[in-house]
Design a protein around this ligand. Sequence first.
Ligand code: IPD
Length: 273
Amino acid sequence: MTSELRDLAVTAAQAAGQLIRDGRHKSLEVAFTKSSEVDIVTEMDLAAESLLIERILEQRPDDGILGEEGGLRPGTSGLTWVLDPIDGTVNYLYGVGPYAVSVAVVEGEPHPQLWSALAGCVYQPGTGDGQDGVTYDACRGQGAQRNGRPVAGPTDVGLRHALVGTGFGYLEARRRRQAAVIAALLPELRDIRRLGSAALDLCLVADGRLDGYFERGLNPWDHAAGALIAQEAGARVSGPGEGAPTVEMTIAAGPRLHRELSLRLRELDAFAD
Ligand code: IPD
């Protein structure tokens, strides 16, 4: 059953990915802004989320939907699909950096602290100039794949040698605090990357291409699929404490770096705005 859910997550994410890639040159309108004037929603975010919902409900009419753009639409089956139609919307708008479609299906209450993720897919569309699309997927208890092959798994480095991904929220006050944390942390690491898609950051930890990742302020749809993929690859993914990611913090890395990074972020008071 979970592999059927995974297959649906993959086909829906790939279909939405093709839509946004092919439509980029035709429709690049900002539809509206959300939490601040730099937190944008494009027409394509809306179109891709509608396509995902249509594909999923066609096959699973009793399931719920929690979408970045449309919010919660409760179901009756106990399963909810958590959708980010374009994770990395700013990259998409500017045509710089990666973006992805993220689709997860979870069991239980539609809240990261209460749900258990069953399957997920993060699909990065190809760019059309030689770079092919990349599909990351996972089923609970069955490992994680990149383009159908097992991912490399997380690395085992300490903080000093770690290449760490992070991201910044859209609110001014939060960004000031995030900048202060980075200013303190940067000299202590190999380097920092701000790729612009939290879902892909998590997949890169799963595949050993980033040693770790942390970010304050993620929404459930940003991490639902990527966290499962990273966990299934053997990474630790948590919030500020032992539990699931929260809006305060998401930390993902191999066990050693996860421990060191969590400790350092706590010392730097990174869980506060
Ligand atoms: C954003 C991206 C970004 C992260 C932001 C997210 P969106 O998602 O994941 O990397 O830093 O916190 O909001 O808005 O492009 O779906």
